[in-house]
Write a protein that binds this ligand. Sequence first.
Ligand SMILES: CC(C)(COP(=O)(O)OP(=O)(O)OC[C@H]1O[C@@H](n2cnc3c(N)ncnc32)[C@H](O)[C@@H]1OP(=O)(O)O)[C@@H](O)C(=O)NCCC(=O)NCCS
Length: 182
Amino acid sequence: MPAPIIKSDRITLRQISKSDAESICKHANDKLVSRYMVCLPFPYKIEDAYSWIKNCHRVNRTKSNIMWGIEDNASGIIIGGMGIHHIDYQNKNAETGYWIGRKYWGNGLMTEAIKMVLKYSFKELKLVRVYALCMHKNEASMGVLTKIGFTKEGILRNACFKNKRWYDIHFFGILKDEIKNS
Ligand SMILES: CC(C)(COP(=O)(O)OP(=O)(O)OC[C@H]1O[C@@H](n2cnc3c(N)ncnc32)[C@H](O)[C@@H]1OP(=O)(O)O)[C@@H](O)C(=O)NCCC(=O)NCCS
């Protein structure tokens, strides 16, 4: 099933397609975007975009993940990615992951996108808890999560290996009624 369309005034979360590959590549091919992302290589090539699109289509046919592109409503192009992963219907938990092109940082767009995914997760998927994992020093990501109402639940030591070194992972979680209005 294609990813469900979720729309706000500024952005639309939607299924990505091959025609989005160039804009995905343009925004993902950035050292600062990939720095704390386990799954984003740098340099990010057009083939990486095609395989990401293929992977999104594959996982969206399963029930355990939903992957969206973030479309900028003004230009109609994909400027980032969002996902809800490892959906555990028995324990009603799932993980969210996200990135957005550097040009768009600092405008509250990711706060908006994560809130859209949380609303979908709590209302439509009936989850009780959503969690997110941030690599040590990813202050921007931890800042967004804290602003939304996530609680830091712990630190997993040396849980991630990237660019030839180990990183601690900061674990954040949010329950249904904890989303802040700001
Ligand atoms: C993390 C990321 C998604 C944030 O996106 P964004 O759209 O710029 O975030 P927002 O504008 O919604 O920021 C919301 C809050 O997060 C915090 N924040 C954002 N960027 C920050 C930064 N560089 N340093 C510290 N705090 C930051 C602030 O509290 C901000 O609220 P404020 O603007 O009222 O001060 C973006 O920087 C990104 O894509 N980074 C690369 C990929 C990545 O690391 N993904 C997460 C993997 S866990």
